[in-house]
Design a binder for this molecule. Structure first.
Ligand code: ADP
Length: 218
C-alpha cells in the first residue's frame, strides 16, 4: 500500500532516503530550508518544499500531521534537529525517525520523543568493518541480533557437486541454508537432492561464530 512520508533535510542521507522511498512507489514530501537542495530534488520526490522545519507554521502549512512517518535527516545542525523533532511530536506526528550524529545527540532525540533514532555513519562504519574482516566468501549479511545473522556465502569449493542432504550442514556446521541464489534467481525452497553448482550462493542462517567458521571453509 502506498504510504506517505516526509523527509526533512535533503543532504546526502535525507536525499537518499527520500528518493528511494519515492522509487519504491510511496508518496514523499521533501522539505529543506535550502532552495538549491529543493530544486535538485523536484523530479525525484512527489513534492519538494522550501521551508524551515523548526517553524510551526511551515509544518502546519504542509500538513505534516497527515504523514505516516516523518524522517528528520538534518545532520550537522544539532539544534535544528532537536527543535524539529520536538515540534513534530508536539504537533502530534505519530512516527518520527531521526538521524543522530553522536550518542549524546541520539539520547536527546529519544528523550524528546523520537520514535526511532538512527546513526547512519556509525551503522555504515560497522557494516564496512564487518565486510573488511569477513571471509572473502561472504557477499552480504543481515544482523538479526547480537548472536545471529543471515549471510550470503559462495558455495565452498569442497561442496560443489554435492547436495544439501548429503552435506548435512545443520548437523556438521550448525548452520541452516534458507535459500539458494542461482544466477539471478532466488530459490527459497531448495531441493535437498539438487547438487550445488560453482556459482551458487547460499543464504545461510546461524550463530555468528558458526557462520564465520562456515564462511572460511574452502
Ligand atoms: P548529510 O550529512 O546527510 O549530507 P547535512 O547536515 O549536510 O546532512 O544536510 C542536512 C540538510 O538539512 C541540509 O540540506 C540543510 O539545508 C537541511 N536543514 C538544516 N536545517 C534545517 C531546517 N531547520 N529545516 C529544514 N531543513 C534544514
Amino acid at each position: 500500500m502506498k504510504k506517505q512520508y516526509a523527509v526533512i533535510g535533503m543532504g546526502r542521507f535525507g536525499s537518499s532516503v527520500a528518493t528511494t522511498l519515492y522509487k519504491e512507489g510511496n508518496e514523499v514530501l521533501a522539505i529543506d530550508k535550502n532552495e538549491e537542495n529543493i530544486n535538485d530534488h523536484k523530479d525525484s520526490v512527489s513534492y519538494a518544499v522550501i521551508g524551515d522545519a523548526t517553524e510551526e507554521e511551515t509544518m502546519r502549512d504542509v500538513g505534516i500531521r497527515n504523514f505516516d512517518t516523518v524522517i528528520v535527516a538534518i545532520g550537522d545542525d544539532i539544534q535544528a534537529s532537536i527543535l524539529a523533532v520536538l515540534l513534530l511530536k508536539e504537533m502530534g506526528v505519530k512516527h518520527v525517525v531521526a538521524k543522530a550524529l553522536t550518542k549524546n545527540h541520539g539520547q536527546v532525540l529519544s528523550k524528546i520523543g523520537a520514535d526511532k533514532v538512527i546513526f547512519p555513519e556509525k551503522d555504515m562504519g560497522e557494516r564496512v568493518a564487518h565486510y573488511l574482516t569477513a571471509a572473502p566468501n561472504v557477499l552480504n549479511f543481515i544482523e538479526l541480533s547480537e548472536r545471529f545473522s543471515i549471510e550470503e556465502i559462495h558455495v565452498p569449493k569442497s561442496m560443489m557437486g554435492k547436495n544439501l542432504r548429503e552435506l548435512n550442514l545443520r548437523a556438521k556446521h550448525n548452520v541452516t541454508v534458507v535459500a539458494i541464489k542461482e544466477k539471478n534467481q532466488i530459490n527459497i525452497a531448495p531441493d535437498p537432492e539438487e547438487n550445488l553448482e560453482a556459482d551458487d550462493i547460499l543464504l545461510v542462517i546461524g550463530e555468528n561464530s558458526d557462520l564465520e567458521n562456515f564462511a572460511n571453509l574452502t
